[in-house]
Design a protein around this ligand. Structure first.
Ligand SMILES: Nc1ncnc2c1ncn2[C@@H]1O[C@H](COP(=O)(O)OP(=O)(O)O)[C@@H](O)[C@H]1O
Ligand SMILES: [Mg+2]
Length: 253
């Protein structure tokens, strides 16, 4: 099952969800591959050294590179994480993506590469950049489920319609599943919560039941370059991500 975290807005939780969902799926024994498609490389910083020798950049830059050769074990605090692998990115991916504009099959590169490694992994989790550029388009092309994290605020759903329009154009109505994930929920902000919930009522069947609460452990874990599961396994963030994992697993059935 290929899951892409997507939203052209930054700061909504794409990376936090990708990093923790991938960890949680792997922890349950499922072979899981995390693909960092964001040149900002925030997911890579959790599971890799600062200067990884091989990056996902290669499949977009050179036709003769195999994704399979770029896969490396995820490492947290010096220890490899069982059944979790990653293909990291780095800042150069931004330039490479710009240069791809004129190439044939540019939007299908990742899809074609995943066909060769797909069977080795039960789950592929893709962390996307905060735009609808060619890297996000590659993820749209290959995803089974697109998860769109949104945070609570006046403009929570801004851009979602554009994103869904891109999905339907790229997948030509092939019925790609998509779901909105409510992130950074804080019950104290009652009016904002009520506003966003009323906006979401229009797409109710596409809203995941799990809500990720605003939790400082998520910030702290990111600062310490860890998933919340190792930083604070008892935190409510870890519980929320566990509930999300279960829901996603059921989604695939
Ligand atoms: N539920 C949450 N509670 C507290 N902080 C959060 C939560 N979700 C995300 N954050 C923080 O918000 C910032 C942006 O999150 P991130 O996952 O990097 O978003 P994106 O990848 O969409 O840009 C990070 O500092 C992250 O730690
Ligand atoms: Mg991110």
């Amino acid at each position: 099952m290929r899951i892409a975290l997507m939203n052209q807005k930054g700061g909504v939780g794409k990376t936090s969800v990708a990093v923790n969902l991938a960890y949680s799926l792997a922890q349950q024994g499922a072979d899981t591959l995390l693909l960092d498609l964001d040149p900002q490389a925030h997911a890579s910083m959790i599971y890799c050294d600062d200067n990884p020798t091989s990056t996902i950049n290669d499949i977009f830059e050179r036709r003769d590179t195999e994704l399979r050769a770029l896969i490396q074990p995820a490492v947290v605090a010096g220890c490899t994480v069982d059944t979790l692998a990653i293909v990291p990115s780095n800042i150069r991916l931004a330039v490479i993506a710009e240069r791809m504009i004129t190439e044939h099959f540019r939007e299908r590169r990742l899809h074609m590469q995943l066909q060769n490694v797909g069977d080795n992994f039960e789950y592929v989790v893709m962390d996307c950049p905060p735009n609808l550029g060619i890297l996000t388009v590659n993820a749209i092309y290959t995803a089974d489920v697109i998860v769109i994290p949104v945070t609570y605020g006046r403009y929570a759903l801004d851009g979602t319609a554009d994103l869904l329009e891109s999905v339907s154009i790229i997948r030509e109505g092939s019925g790609t599943q998509w779901a909105i994930l409510r992130n950074a929920f804080d019950a104290r902000n009652r009016a904002t919560v009520a506003y966003v919930e009323s906006e979401l009522a229009n797409v109710e069947t596409n809203v995941l039941k799990t809500v990720i609460r605003r939790t400082e452990a998520i910030n702290q874990a990111q600062i310490r370059r860890q998933p919340v599961y190792t930083y604070d396994p008892k935190s409510r963030a870890a519980r929320d991500f566990a509930s999300l994992t279960k829901e996603i697993q059921e989604y695939g059935c």
